[in-house]
Design a protein around this ligand. Structure first.
Ligand code: GLN
Length: 601
């Protein structure tokens, strides 16, 4: 097993996660099998109890692990499936060491950060690196490890010590350190400054780690003399200094790395020269360029709570993007704070109220994402009502499904106080209730989590068709409440259709309004399994419906793959225009992209 460690310096938020994922993509394109580990040096056991407002979304894995959003980037970029153990936290490491201490595994010894914590970290990495994540048997060839935080953080010190020991443990030729740093460009003179990187490399060395490759974030490509200076002061060969300059979309990053021959630099360090193939990255090239050239907008209203921090809904945004790129539409997200749609806001802040309703009414499609707690729920219910009554395409995810059911019970069944017991424990009409197996005392890891099966109940419904007429699907879950099984008959008699249920038929997974252009609510989170080039069917359905193309999308579709291919390579492609031309791009019948003005589209 070869290891590539990615560390970060100078400031946080440099896109270390995307860099690590892109390195994975590049190595994969060279024919290697790749796995990843993310280290988060915080004390929480996992991300499950952390606010998405502070930390970005909680990503959920098949095994129910609630992990850092970077694992979502890895899964999407490399098309792999990770396990909860691929996310290491200080909390997990200490818990494991303390458990061993209580069992008596260290009898006689004083348990210390070095060697017990540092050994635990190294053993964990070695064990998890062996777990196959790409559906094939046997371990991967390379494990990319991303160390969260910035060099110099107190929290990351035991990890840096452990990784220094680890590089010695695995020996030369098996360990490559890529340090992601910042080269600021001073506006006044346009000069690229190397000092912050020099300092951060010095910090890294001071803690026992030596970088093999520098990946420098900057607004523009680094000048040769700047590379020379960095090389001299940081002791890194010039050809191992890569610039990650600003690009229009993140799908360019693997291409940027390839063009600067990052793979060759890595292979030299890892003694892999001559064993791999040239990374072509054809799909990545065409996708990045297509994305840049899109101009026909599709407006999706996101009615959520944490509208100030888009990372709080990262996977949903990515899933919307995958679907809209597939249908050759430029995604425009209209963020609507759910509270602003509520009557109370009309009095307190009429401008915000008007702006929110204007955006909602102007949207081609409405998405209500998952959420917890009372704030903004009434606004989400109003958004679902508007979508239902005005026949606007609607996708409700988790809480977004629950509010759609509450709204239907209130408006159509005339049960004015219908509610979820999460928001009104005493409601006489609890149409969403606490799940029997949940815990009200322990919040960490006690929800219904991870991959669960949904069986379609009706053949002739949009969701079943979008999923390629399969009998069942496996999607990821994260919830404590569910639609009350005792109210299903009444809701169905009034026109709501529960088209997907779990294996007991008691738990509602998908709800649809059959006589609506597109009104679907799902208890699961389809966004977690969406991939570039393989968009989640329900997101594809939302975007297609928002563009008036849903019928074409589902007509005669045999499988999910054919679905997007049908529009992606046919109808919608005709509307793609290459940048700077008025000539539509054409698509060859075998699905390959053609060239327009010499540029592949
Ligand atoms: N709060 C709701 C529940 O626990 C919805 C959760 C979610 O949207 N992820 O069931």
């Amino acid at each position: 097993m070869k290891y590539v460690l990615v560390t970060g310096g100078v400031v946080s938020g440099l896109g270390k996660g995307v860099t690590a994922s892109s390195i994975g993509v590049l190595l994969k394109a060279c024919g290697l099998r790749v796995t990843c580990i993310k280290i988060d040096p915080y004390l929480n056991t996992d991300a499950g109890t952390m606010s998405p407002f502070e930390h970005g979304e909680v990503f959920v894995l098949d095994d129910g692990g609630e992990v850092d959003l970077d694992l979502g980037n890895y899964e999407r970029f490399m098309d792999i499936k990770l396990t909860r153990d691929n996310n290491i936290t200080t909390g997990k490491i200490y818990q494991s060491v303390i458990d061993k201490e209580r069992k008596g595994d260290y009898l006689g010894k004083t348990v210390q950060v070095v060697p017990h914590i540092t050994d635990e970290i190294q053993d964990w990495i070695e064990r998890v690196a062996m777990i196959p994540v790409d559906g094939k048997e046997g371990p991967a060839d390379v494990c990319v490890i991303e160390l969260g935080g910035t060099i110099g953080d107190i929290e990351s010190m035991p990890f840096i010590e452990a990784l220094g020991q680890f590089s010695y443990r695995v020996g030369p030729g098996n360990f490559c350190l890529i340090h992601v740093s910042l080269v600021p460009v001073l506006n006044v003179v346009g000069e690229q400054k190397t000092k912050p990187t020099q300092h951060s490399v010095r910090g890294l060395r001071g803690q026992g780690l030596t970088p093999n490759i520098l990946a420098c974030r900057s607004t523009v490509a680094l000048d040769d003399n700047v590379k020379g200076k960095l090389s001299q002061f940081c002791h890194v060969p010039e050809q191992n200094i890569i610039t990650l300059y600003d690009v229009p979309n993140i799908w360019h990053i693997p291409l940027l790395l390839r063009d600067q021959k990052a793979h060759e630099a890595i292979f030299k360090v890892l003694n892999l020269q001559g064993t791999t193939k040239e990374p072509l990255l054809k799909e990545w090239t065409s996708r990045a360029e297509i994305c840049d050239g899109l101009h026909e907008p599709v407006r999706i209203a996101m009615v959520g709570k944490y509208t100030g921090l888009s990372d709080a809904y990262l996977s949903i945004l990515k899933a919307l993007l995958h679907a809209s790129v597939d249908l050759r539409k430029k995604l425009v997200i209209d963020w609507i704070p759910a509270c602003d749609l509520e009557d109370a806001t009309e009095k307190e802040n009429p401008d915000a109220y008007k702006a929110a309703w204007k955006l909602l009414k102007g949207a081609d499609g409405i998405l209500v994402p998952g959420g917890f707690g009372n704030r903004g729920v009434q606004g989400k219910i109003l958004a679902a009502k508007y979508a239902r009554e005005h026949r606007i395409p609607y996708l409700g995810i988790c809480l977004g499904m629950q509010v759609a059911v509450i709204e239907f019970a209130r408006s159509v069944l005339n049960l004015r106080d219908a509610n979820s017991t999460e928001f009104d424990p005493n409601t006489k009409n609890p149409c969403v209730i606490f799940m029997p197996e949940g815990s009200k005392t322990h919040m960490g890891g006690t929800m219904r989590l991870g991959s669960r099966r949904t069986y379609f109940q009706v053949k002739d419904c949009k969701s079943a068709k979008l999923y390629g007429n399969r009998t069942f699907i496996d999607e990821r879950h994260r919830h404590r409440y569910e639609v009350n099984p005792d109210m299903i008959a009444r809701l169905e008699n009034a026109g709501l259709s529960f088209t997907g249920k779990d294996e007991t038929s008691q738990r509602m997974e998908i709800v649809e309004l059959p006589n609506h252009p597109y009104f679907i609510g799902v208890q699961f989170h389809p966004e977690y399994k969406s991939r570039p080039g393989k968009p989640s069917p329900l997101f594809l359905g939302l975007i297609a419906a928002a563009c008036g193309q849903l019928d074409t999308l589902i007509q005669g579709s045999g499988s999910q793959g054919n679905l997007s291919a049908k529009l992606g390579n046919g109808i919608a492609m005709e509307k793609v225009y290459q940048k700077g031309t008025t000539k539509p791009a054409k698509v060859l019948s075998d699905g390959l992209y053609s060239y327009c003005n010499g540029v592949q589209v």
